[in-house]
Design a protein around this ligand. Sequence first.
Ligand SMILES: Nc1ncnc2c1ncn2[C@@H]1O[C@H](COP(=O)(O)OP(=O)(O)O)[C@@H](O)[C@H]1O
Ligand SMILES: [Mg+2]
Length: 413
Amino acid sequence: MNFDKTKALPPIRIVLVEDNEHDRIAFCRTFQSSGIDCKIAEYVRGEEALDAIRGNSPAFDIAVIDHGLPGMSGLELCKQLLAEQTFLPMLILTGKGSEQLAVEALKAGVDDYMIKDPEQHYLDFLPIVIPAVLQNHADRIARKKAEEALARAYDELEVRVEKRTAELAKTTEQLMLELDKRKCAEEEVRHLSRQLISATEEEKKRIARDLHDECGQVLTALHLGVESLYDSLPGGLTDQQGKCNELIGLIEELGDKARHISSELRPDMLDHLGLVPTLESYIEDFSERAGDLQINFQATGVKKRSGSEIEIVLYRILQEALNNIAKHAKAKHVSVLLTYSHPRLIFTIEDDGIGFWQRECSLSFPRKQQGIGLLGMRERVGSVGGSIDIRSGRGKGTFIRIEIPICSDKAGD
Ligand SMILES: Nc1ncnc2c1ncn2[C@@H]1O[C@H](COP(=O)(O)OP(=O)(O)O)[C@@H](O)[C@H]1O
Ligand SMILES: [Mg+2]
């Protein structure tokens, strides 16, 4: 019900259960004179009132129930109505000295009580108490509805949270599976790349050996042949002698070139003398061919062999890095450092050249515009479980840092 005083209220529909006729009459008079618009349905017995309320005809806004009734008592009627969930606001009227009963009624869920005093002063309060009971009841119902809605929303939320948690758990599981698959795939790629690198190295080694052995033998035979031809020439044939000397010069040049190619393909030294002397020798040869470029090499703490796989990786990286510097960097100085710092080898190559904008070489560039040198470095380092960091910028030179984990019995002291 709406109790806004500014609006015209519909009449309050009161069911009055009272066996005392005088009291009923007094009740109705009180309301007539109070100015409160109401319709009062009067019952003498609780059972009659119960039937009327159950049938909802007429519909009621409040029940005012005297306790002392013939048949079922007022409190029994109240309890029955509460048990049947009629939700009808109830005011119980009790005799003087029955406060205990009032407490029981309130505990059972009756909205309010009034004590009927013999002087009937309680009647004066009825026009105030009844609207208050109605208002409180309406507030309680609204609060209950709000609490129920809140509980429903909370339950829904719990269900949604449970559902979402289950979905998340499923997604996490899928992600973990994906991650595992990815790790396996990466492991496979690393394995394949390692096999490819080692097959390539084997092939280079074979070509280098063939070049050295077979071409070497043929060139030696040619050298000896031309020399004996020279010796067999009769004196005075200076033209032919000159030709022979020219041929010997060409044969020696060819021999040097074959040796250079063979050593580029696979430096014998690496197998026989180890990494540091091979890097030194390579840098020395390179410096001779590279003109003004100054290359400084330093090795610290590298006392044992690092394993042929790691040694060839570092050798190839130096080859590629120095070739890049000669080809692209326009550098004046290069610093190459090899350091064993337990449990890893750290290899750095730094130049003071023009550098490059790293996105120029990133994967976002079309494949054909990318060189494979830097990519190959990454592949090689990855194949031995190492990491590589390449830093460059226009006009800032280029810095390459490689870290390779080493077994404790290798490389260091
Ligand atoms: N030290 C360097 N100084 C300047 N630019 C470099 C250097 N190293 C690499 N680059 C740049 O990175 C590019 C990719 O190098 P790389 O992968 O070795 O391919 P390529 O040498 O065949 O061009 C080079 O084309 C060059 O632009
Ligand atoms: Mg290159």
